[in-house]
Design a protein around this ligand. Structure first.
Ligand code: B4P
Length: 193
């Protein structure tokens, strides 16, 4: 198995690039943002709880997202690898992920971090907000999401840097150019296995 984390601030293009990566490599896509939005649309107790945090731009509590990922790993035993999109977002989530994978005799192969300036992030998210209907794509909530990222999520890259698994990839430019940068890093590792 080849397990990859696509990391980056809100609006860095994790969702956009994940779609292209799963089409190319057939990874199982696990996006905590999509899983949470799906729970919200079905109005489940988990979704109703998560909505309170997401509408304010805050991270959903660790135990909620870790539980969701744990079930997703159990429900997908025969995949070529997992693409984690938007997870882990805190140091506690990163530690929990290592433990969950260890139970399956698996580990993370690489964390690819999309590098995008704050100015560009705000621009992209505001633009998406004009059409997405997402309650977290307005100016005030976008600011909170970036603050949450700087405070709680950014340190996650140090966690993977320590084990030499973190790689920065240029996250500005066309979607194709960024995709090329990501596939170059994946191909240089996947073929060594
Ligand atoms: P997510 O759903 O993970 O979403 P995101 O950070 O907004 O966006 P992403 O990086 O995927 O950007 P995208 O490709 O869409 O999180 C939403 C919320 O869920 C969080 O705030 C939090 O509350 C909660 N949550 C999720 N996971 C959690 C966790 N693990 N723990 C706790 N809480 C959690 O791109 C954005 C826009 O840019 C799009 O409109 C796209 O078209 C555009 N774009 C992409 N690439 C571009 C490019 N190269 N040039 C120009 N525009 C581009």
């Amino acid at each position: 198995m080849f397990n990859l984390i696509l990391f980056g601030p809100p609006g860095s293009g994790k969702g956009t690039q994940s779609e292209k990566l799963i089409a190319k490599y057939n990874f199982k896509h696990l996006s905590t943002g999509d899983l949470l939005r799906n729970e919200i649309s079905k109005k489940t107790p988990l979704g109703l709880e998560a909505k309170k945090f997401m509408d304010k731009g805050q991270l959903v509590p660790d135990e909620v997202v870790i539980g969701m990922i744990s079930s997703a790993l159990d429900n997908n035993p025969n995949v070529v690898g997992f693409l984690f999109d938007g997870f882990p977002r805190t140091a506690a989530q990163a530690e929990a992920l290592d433990k969950l994978l260890e139970l399956k005799h698996q580990s993370i192969n690489v964390m690819l971090a999309l590098d995008v300036s704050e100015e560009e992030l705000v621009k992209r998210l505001q633009k998406r907000g004009e059409t997405s209907g997402r309650t977290d794509d307005n100016q005030q909530v976008i600011r909170t999401r970036i603050l949450e990222y700087n405070r709680k999520t950014s340190p996650v890259s140090d966690y993977y840097r320590k084990s030499k698994k973190a790689v920065m990839v240029k996250g500005e430019g066309t979607i194709e150019e960024i995709f090329k940068g990501l596939t170059k890093e994946i191909d240089s590792r996947i073929h060594k296995k």
